[in-house]
Design a protein around this ligand. Sequence first.
Ligand code: HEC
Length: 129
Amino acid sequence: MNHTHHPRIVIWLSALALAFAGVLFAGGAAHAQPKDKKLDRLWKAKCSSCHGMDGKGDTEKGKKMAIEDMTSPEFQKKYTDEQMKKAILEGVKEVRDGVKKEMDPLKDELKPDQVDALVGYVRSLGAQK
Ligand code: HEC
């Protein structure tokens, strides 16, 4: 065996092992909370255009429709989980205080567990303050 080459191979192998461990670790971390990431994506794709990423409704559509701030205790108290589910499934279409409020029904797009998860998401927005 050529001893002058040995350390290089060891370093190279260690680096490879580290990289491999890194991949395993990243994979493990992604597995630990796949739901939250998916939920974030779902919220971003389906809800944030009106309600905003933070749920405050600080968006163009949110302002136009005077969408309530989901992080406020008033909002959290106002709706039960059932009412939230109903809004998500069947949408909202009403005129309140002269403002037209519309949210698309999503019952054909979401699975029941996604709806539950979204209600949980809205609740977690309220718990942040
Ligand atoms: C097109 C805009 C729009 C989108 C997209 C949207 N919403 Fe809404 N949402 C509204 C409006 C308007 C209201 C009416 C209440 C208000 O004034 O805040 C509302 C109300 C709600 C309420 C309160 C319940 C109620 O009866 O008012 C919940 C909960 C809710 N939305 C969740 C969601 C979730 C979850 C998503 C994504 C799956 C979503 N919304 C996507 C516009 C939207």
